[in-house]
Design a protein around this ligand. Structure first.
Ligand SMILES: Cc1ncc(COP(=O)(O)O)c(C=O)c1O
Length: 299
């Protein structure tokens, strides 16, 4: 499940701090905090049919992450929206687009860890690519030896660019020839996959881990809301690996790949003992929502 280069993305225009650059010229300073310490926050956002899906929720999470990291001179949501619209318009993008929005702590006056060295304000990057959902119809998972960060180390409520925790897990999955890594929390309960949230279905009930160590994903929140609104029983709880192995259905969720079925975990096939698929039902509801909900593009 390795993403490939898309020729359509050859001449992308990328927004950095008010200006658009050809992708080959889109660069940040070697003194930028994201280079120096992964000191940045980000959002992955999708554009469907002339609308930016869940834009306000993504901007709220970005603002919260930046505030928790004590960034200064954080751009307002209106300023960020203008940057997004400018980028999408310059690339003539209205559908089938994935955007990576990054806000770094900005440039430093000299190399070093101390945020007081950041005296220029943050750097805003909008990278929009032609990218339909990236996952195949189903994926396999392998449990990683790397535990997902807990609030006692790096709080997953901050959507930061320090992705090494997840990247180490993904490396394990690559060596194990699985599509993604399943990460446990410090207590051994299932937390999430390396880049997506996780759900299981048993006897018609949907279960998902508490958002203690996993990212509180926006797709995850959307699924919980859809279940509640459509009388599909849903519960957040501690989930063990054995519960996952023996579930009727397991699926992962995220902006990049939407909802994707998991066919096996650690070699154990996920076998649906029921005659119906709750995932299919939720998927239909989710797809319908992407057609109607979101911030309309002004161009
Ligand atoms: C570790 C991790 N979990 C889950 C997700 C899915 O979150 P969302 O649904 O907000 O895209 C992401 C996306 O960035 C992620 O990095």
């Amino acid at each position: 499940m390795l993403q490939q280069f898309n020729e359509k993305n050859k001449n992308l225009k990328v927004y950095i701090d008010g200006k658009l650059y050809h992708r080959d010229e889109a660069k940040v300073s070697v003194f930028d905090s994201v280079v120096q310490g992964g000191d940045a926050v980000w959002e992955g956002i999708r554009v469907y049919n002339g609308r930016i899906f869940c834009l306000d929720k993504h901007l709220q999470r970005l603002q919260d992450s930046a505030h928790a990291m004590a960034f200064t001179q954080i751009p307002s949501n209106d300023e960020i929206k203008k940057a997004i619209f400018k980028t999408l318009e310059a690339n003539n993008m209205r559908d089938g687009v994935h955007m990576r929005l990054t806000l770094t702590r900005g440039k430093k006056i000299t190399s070093g860890m101390d945020p007081r060295l950041n005296q220029y304000g943050p750097t805003l990057i909008v990278l929009a690519e032609w990218k339909p959902p990236v996952y195949p119809p189903s994926i396999t998972l392998v449990t990683s030896n790397i535990r997902r960060n807990s609030p006692s180390t790096i709080d997953s409520k901050i959507h930061h660019n320090n992705l090494i925790n997840n990247i180490l897990a993904k490396i394990e999955a690559n060596y194990a020839k699985a599509d993604a890594a399943l990460m446990l929390d410090l207590y051994g309960y299932v937390s999430e996959a390396n880049g997506t949230n996780i759900f299981m279905v048993r006897n018609g009930q949907v279960l998902t881990p508490h958002a203690d160590s996993c990212l509180p994903g926006i797709t995850r929140a959307t699924i919980i809301r859809l279940c509640m609104d459509n009388n599909i029983p849903i519960l957040e709880k501690n989930i063990s690996l054995t519960e996952m192995y023996t579930a009727d259905e397991v699926f992962v969720s995220g902006t990049m790949g939407e909802l994707t079925a998991v066919s096996a975990i650690d070699g154990r096939k996920i076998v649906n003992k029921s005659t119906k698929s709750v995932l299919t039902e939720i998927n239909k509801l989710f797809t319908a929502l992407t057609k109607t909900e979101g911030e309309p593009l002004p161009f």
